[in-house]
Design a protein around this ligand. Structure first.
Ligand code: PLP
Length: 401
């Protein structure tokens, strides 16, 4: 009998983190590796946010806070949800956690009994599946298609739902595909949910601010107010404000689930760091004028990388409308031989080949995002790194036979 619980047998660690670590290990051996793995903007956190955090520390805000977060921050989140999303919540219906990741986990842990099912459209952020399993639930994947911009189709969703379904997890703009659901597509999903009153919606809106080419961000509770009573909205400051390391995310939803999630939080992490809460307050209430610059910079980098990838042999790369990932198919490369005699049989083989021979780290889609035959590349990177990574990838792909 080992010490590790049987329930852990089904749970994997983050593949994105594993690839990032492999890249770091190679770097430590003196290799020049470009890591396009992490979903992390490369900008500094805006200086007004850093100053607000410093002032908070100097003012002595270094102690425990209420479990769901400081009241000022929850009020600011209420205003944000009203201003940006037309949603009306009371501050008591808002909770803040250690990143959107922890808030998501709290929601699942607080709601799932053994055998409860959660429908997860794939490709998906792999953490959804692992979190559902950690929380004792059963992930039910719902495959989407590149030809349909990876948008879940209503008839497929209806088929995936059973009497045990508790949640649909939706993420638009999407990690890893960068796909954004249109208003009509969201309304079609809402229509299916209306027919299944036992199903709640967990809408992960973390990439809300990162949409391109006149794409509009929409979220189901805004379009279908009748579903607000069974929807939890997840968001945070990591991606929009370049604050990944501050670990601050939030949720808003019906009182019963927020209260239950707060119990989980009160018995585990207590609350996110006090300094991060004051920083997030400034992010949400302070000037937003740097955002168009962030967005413009991502658009330029997306255009650069998509153009380069589309010209590479064997890759098929759609143009994503949001987030900061591209998600090309690499199926056409399967069966090819590497210069040292290996074979590329799947996306992991390709990722390992590119890491070893080109010094470019990216994330294989099969293990990390439940989308075999794809690779995810994060373009939240300097232009110079993107150009160099593309040069190296191009050369390595042309060397395949
Ligand atoms: N949701 C999605 C879809 C993500 O891709 C990520 C981060 O990669 C998160 C949530 C977590 O963000 P946070 O840094 O707030 O925990």
């Amino acid at each position: 009998m080992g010490i590790v619980a049987q329930k852990m047998a089904a749970v994997k660690g983050s593949q994105t983190r594993a690839m990032t670590q492999l890249a770091a290990d190679l770097r430590a051996q003196g290799r020049k590796v470009i890591a396009l793995t992490q979903g992390e903007p490369d900008f500094a956190t805006p200086s007004n946010i850093i100053s607000a955090a410093t002032r908070a520390l100097e003012a002595g805000h270094t102690k425990y806070t209420p479990t769901p977060g400081i009241p000022e921050l929850r009020e600011a989140i209420v205003r944000k949800l009203r201003r940006d999303n037309g949603l009306d919540y009371k501050a008591s219906q808002v909770t803040v956690g250690v990143g959107a990741k922890q808030v998501l986990f709290d929601m699942l842990f607080a709601s799932l009994d053994a055998g409860d099912e959660v429908v997860i459209p794939t490709p998906c952020w792999g953490s959804y599946v692992e979190m559902v399993q950690l929380a004792g639930g059963v992930p039910v994947t719902l495959a989407t298609r590149a030809e349909q911009r990876f948008v879940p189709q209503p008839e497929d969703l209806a088929r995936a739902i059973t009497p045990r379904t508790k949640w649909l997890m939706l993420n638009s703009p999407n990690n890893p595909t960068g796909s954004v659901c249109s208003e009509d597509e969201l309304l079609a999903i809402a229509e299916v949910l209306r027919r299944h009153p036992q199903v709640w919606l967990l809408t992960d809106d973390i990439y809300e601010k990162l949409v391109y080419d006149n794409t509009q961000f929409r979220t189901i509770p805004q379009l279908a107010p009748d579903l607000v009573e069974r929807t939890v909205v997840i968001n945070g400051v990591s991606k929009a404000y370049s604050m990944t390391g501050w670990r601050l995310g939030y949720a808003a939803g019906p009182q019963e689930i927020i209260d239950a999630a707060n119990i989980v939080q009160s018995q585990t992490v207590s609350h996110p760091a006090s300094v991060s809460q004051y920083a997030a307050l400034e992010a949400l209430e302070g000037p937003q004028d740097f955002l168009p610059g962030f967005v413009q910079s991502f658009v330029e980098r997306r255009n650069l990388i998509v153009n380069r990838l589309q010209a590479m042999p064997g890759l098929e790369c759609p143009i994503p409308q949001g987030a900061f990932y591209v998600f090309p198919s690499c199926r056409n490369l399967f069966g090819r031989r590497t210069p040292d005699g290996g074979t590329i049989d799947n996306d992991t083989d390709l990722a390992m080949y590119l890491l070893g021979s080109a010094g470019v780290a990216l994330v294989p889609g099969g293990s990390a995002f439940l989308a075999p035959g794809h690779i995810r590349i994060s373009y939240a990177q300097s232009r110079a790194n993107i150009v160099e990574a593309c040069d190296r990838m191009d050369e390595a792909l042309r060397a395949l036979r």
